[in-house]
Ligand binder design. Structure first.
Ligand code: ADP
Length: 170
């Protein structure tokens, strides 16, 4: 059984991530989407929400061989724990290569090879960072994320932008 691990922050999940999930799951018996939790970094969307959004979006896309699991620590340790065969990463363009090359090399020396899928040209500009900036600017994320993720972002964006409640003095 070939099991892939697609690890990342997915904060938030974008259409680019979803495309890599769909295309890699089609090549594998099972795909684990590992949501890497960094306890020292404040997440934009809560971990459980990122996981729930990815589960629902995969279900909607009819991807049935995917499990979504948050994890802490090194990707290779999680991969060992989950009996993973191969790591999956997406490449948006040349800009991703230096970092991905380093990570792939380290992971390979720790027992795990990486398969890379090239982003669709329509997704090659897409990143979670871009989505966070678009939300902060109050612009539409419709072309960047799924409808479900857009609704969640709107909810969280609205919470962030709400002015502090004025105290009524009597
Ligand atoms: P990180 O691992 O830096 O937290 P992400 O969670 O954003 O990064 O991404 C996880 C993986 O998905 C990485 O391999 C990244 O290159 C890839 N990826 C991110 N955005 C896209 C996209 N638009 N198209 C294809 N792959 C992408």
């Amino acid at each position: 059984m070939t099991v892939g691990l697609y690890a990342g922050s997915f904060d938030p999940p974008t259409l680019g991530h979803l495309d890599i999930i769909q295309r890699s799951a089609a090549q594998l018996d099972k795909l684990i989407v590992g949501i890497g939790i960094n306890p020292n970094k404040k997440a934009f969307l809560p971990n459980e929400e990122r996981a729930a959004l990815l589960v629902s979006d995969c279900k909607e896309q009819g991807i049935t061989n995917v499990v979504v699991t948050p994890f802490t620590g090194a990707t290779v340790d999680f991969a060992k724990e989950m009996n993973v065969s191969v790591l999956i990463r997406g490449l948006r363009g040349e800009g991703d290569i230096p970092l991905e090359r380093g990570m792939a090399e380290v992971n390979r020396t720790n027992g795990f090879d990486t398969l890379f899928l090239l982003a669709r040209s329509t997704h090659s500009h897409l990143s979670s960072q871009l989505v966070r900036e678009v939300v902060a600017a109050g612009l539409s994320t419709d072309e960047l994320v799924s409808a479900r993720v857009a609704a969640s972002l709107m909810h969280h964006g609205a919470i962030r932008q709400r002015p502090p409640t004025a105290k009524i003095s009597r």
